[in-house]
Design a protein around this ligand. Structure first.
Ligand code: SF4
Length: 123
């Protein structure tokens, strides 16, 4: 019998819920395909960024870019500039998180689907 909870602790402490992670995974895969960009050749980078986006979506209601420091996260969400996909990505395909990489980027892999790594479930 599975007792796996559906709460935010179902993937371990300090992680987003499976539901939020899945939502951001699906978004990221679709967006990469739509923009002709690729995930990083190191899948732990992609996993970490998607995790950060999922946590912000849960905490703030929007997937605020997880790779920046903010004085006031709520104000940044309202400003929308750094809500993923951010303006630099939408306008110039610039993703400083290395989630969406153009094929000429030396860190670009060949995948637009996530290889899940480094997911630790609490016992
Ligand atoms: S840099 Fe922009 S596109 Fe890349 S993860 Fe952050 S918000 Fe998303």
């Amino acid at each position: 019998m599975s007792l796996k909870p559906e709460s935010e602790s179902d993937r371990g402490k300090n992680k987003a819920s499976s539901k939020s992670f899945e939502a951001m995974r699906k978004f990221s895969e679709k967006y990469a395909k739509n923009t002709g960009t690729f995930f990083c050749s190191d899948p732990s980078v992609t996993n970490a960024v998607i995790e950060g986006l999922a946590k912000h979506k849960e905490e703030l209601g929007s997937p605020l870019c997880p790779c920046r420091y903010y004085e006031d996260k709520e104000a940044e969400v309202k400003d929308t500039y750094w809500n993923c996909p951010c303006v630099p990505m939408r306008e110039r395909k610039e993703c400083h998180c290395m989630l969406f990489l153009t094929p000429d980027n030396p860190f670009a892999g060949t995948k637009q689907e996530l290889e899940i790594v480094d997911i630790v479930y609490d016992a």
